[in-house]
Ligand binder design. Structure first.
Ligand code: NAP
Length: 281
């Protein structure tokens, strides 16, 4: 019997590619998104069913989960993929932007996991694959504190749940991807800015340049390698709790693990060409 995967945020990027890959592998796919009426690509697969779901709306999640279970009988793997990136100085972020970053990247997976736990417990198990980032393990750029916070929290949530879910044969996985090419994530970044405060402008400009050059330099990962890592977990080919995908992510995590945090932060400031006087104490 075919297995079934339930994925959040399949309107674009990694979520869409993952939905297509699982469908091509013969899995049933419950592809969820905020605006199913706009979808034209996933609709061409017989084994993909699309459900409306905003990860911040608990009632909508309840309905989508019930509909997916009614359609496919049993869900084997849930992928918490939906995510947004808020960058900029914390001082300049709006209250709404701060809440929204947490609501989508952290509270969203909490909402989804809680709605699936009864189903998994009754069925004797299941798997949650949470899409994190190397920004969930360490810092990679300045002005990313809110995004860092959301993914660090996702990592803590996933690790913390291990103990209570293990008795029910419910497995947890984290995929820490770096920057990946060909998706919309960089374009969806929400920048905090205040025209009256110039003190952060230089750092903002450097971050923007750094991100733009990453997009054009070919240093970003092929998103299909991230899909490969997700599939390896879902199929049981890999049993790693954490999978860091891509050369850049693995280099950064190795660097972080090789030195004390003070030295790491100074090294990154140097690498990012930030003002040495201010960063190196
Ligand atoms: N791309 C990278 O470089 C990178 C690096 C590290 C980690 N990640 C992580 O990878 C995951 C996928 O990102 P991506 O790169 O594929 O970016 P993406 O193309 O922007 O995809 C993000 C998806 O999340 C959805 N989404 C946003 N808010 C939502 C909400 N409230 N409810 C449900 N869905 C929502 C978006 O749907 P809409 O079309 O409705 O907005 C979109 O389908 C994210 O968790 C991200 O943090 C990405």
């Amino acid at each position: 019997m075919s297995k079934t995967v339930f994925i959040t945020g399949t309107s674009s990027g990694l979520g869409k590619l993952t939905a297509i890959r699982f469908a091509q592998m013969g899995w049933n796919v419950a592809a969820t998104m905020r605006t199913p009426e706009k979808e034209t690509e996933l609709t061409s697969y017989d084994n993909i069913k699309i459900f409306k779901l905003d990860v911040t709306k608990v009632d909508q999640i309840q309905t989508a989960v019930e509909q997916a279970i009614a359609a496919f009988g049993k869900i084997d793997v849930v992928i918490n993929n939906a995510g947004i990136g808020t960058y900029g100085p914390l001082e300049l972020a709006t209250e709404d932007a701060i809440d929204w970053q947490f609501a989508v990247n952290t509270r969203g997976p909490i909402n989804i996991i809680r709605k699936f736990l009864p189903h998994y417990r009754v069925n004797g198990g299941g798997m949650f694959i949470n899409i994190s980032s190397f920004m969930g393990i360490t810092t990679a750029v300045p002005l990313g504190s809110l995004y860092n916070m959301s993914k660090f929290a996702l990592e803590g949530l996933t690790e913390g749940l291990y103990y209570e879910l293990r008795p029910f044969n419910i497995e947890l996985r984290l995929i820490e991807q770096g920057g990946s090419s060909g998706n919309h994530f960089m374009k969806n970044i929400i920048w905090g800015k205040d025209e009256n405060i110039k003190d952060y402008d230089d750092m903002m400009m450097k971050l923007q340049q750094f991100m733009e050059s990453a997009e054009t330099s070919g240093s970003l990962d092929d998103p299909q390698t991230i899909v490969d890592a997700i599939v390896a977990q879902a199929t049981g080919e890999s049993k790693e709790f954490r999978t860091v995908v891509g050369a850049a992510g693995n280099q950064l995590v190795a660097l972080r693990n090789s030195m004390p945090i003070e030295e790491y932060l100074e090294t990154m400031a140097k690498n990012l060409d930030l003002d040495q006087e201010e960063f190196i104490r």
